[in-house]
Design a protein around this ligand. Sequence first.
Ligand code: SF4
Ligand code: SF4
Length: 112
Amino acid sequence: MKKKLNAGGVAMLVDLDACTGCYGCEAACRETHRYGYEEDWMRVIRRDPFYVDGKLRQYHLVAPVLDKCAACVENDPAPLCMTGCPAAALIVGRFEDVVKQAASRHCAIFTA
Ligand code: SF4
Ligand code: SF4
């Protein structure tokens, strides 16, 4: 029997070293679900470069609406936001699966 996901069971990982802030996942989400521009299910947040401990860094973030992602991943375990990411920086799925991908990555994980 297919186990249902709920928003509490889904997670999204973004690899901070890999993400270029290209907006591809944001566009892929909108293209997949065809919601209007008055809605946001996924946003890319580009950040300016900054210094940490004397080293120049630039990390971008994503802001998913995870209850939407839970329903989306239940329908398609390989959504276009993830498979279309040119940097292979995005992973979305069950929390227990996503968290295993965090080892040895400089990443952020979002959970509901
Ligand atoms: S996660 Fe991937 S698709 Fe999304 S902004 Fe970063 S590099 Fe682009
Ligand atoms: S998992 Fe689905 S709903 Fe969530 S950002 Fe990706 S395409 Fe959009």
